[in-house]
Design a protein around this ligand. Sequence first.
Ligand code: 3SL
Length: 238
Amino acid sequence: MKISVYYTPESTPENEIPDCAVVIDVLRATTTIVTALNNGAKSVKAYSDLDLLTKESNLLPPESRLRLGERGGKKVDFCDLGNSPLDCTVETVSGKQLFISTTNGTRSLQRVQEAKTVIAGAMINYQAVVDYLQEKQPETLWLLGSGWEGGYSLEDTVCAGAIASLLVDTGKPDMIGNDEVIASIALYQQWQDKLLDLFKLSSHGQRLLRLALDDDLKYCSQKNITDTLPIQTSLGLV
Ligand code: 3SL
């Protein structure tokens, strides 16, 4: 397995696609997707384009679908929900097909949609991600952060580091696809017991705190509270 970490979809090499991609948007898209599926959602389809989300979700009767939309941290007006994992309760999402569009996370999912396997990872499920990868041993693996509008993010990098730290054998340099792998592991090693503190320092964490979303930060900073592993299929992530 050759592992590369990319901080954003924009920093991935053009015209390349890995066998397997783990898309990470800890604050908050992939945490929300994992939570929704854990709480009984049938599937989650991701869109970078809100018009397409509207068009495709309109094909389903209102009672069997939910639209989740976020821009700039705030709920998109016409959607049923924003992008808070805390809104994805069993009562709200169970049995529903979800359609989601967010500022950054859904763009990362789109960047790697041609990969053989696409999975969604977050702090709340990273051990399940690692278990899957150890079993499947893809030849090339990208741990792809979402960042914010093309820029680096601490929270996605630390999650990539949590995953990489359990996969990379530093005695086998052939496994290391780029320097970001080692940098992300170092970040994780430094902050693994203080993730909430790190998230509060991060620029997007501060954006969410300004919107009084402290509980979201707390929730997203938990480690491995579920073994739900969203995998991309023709129905979306299931
Ligand atoms: O950028 C994204 O995709 C979102 O996860 C951002 S937010 O946490 O919903 O503001």
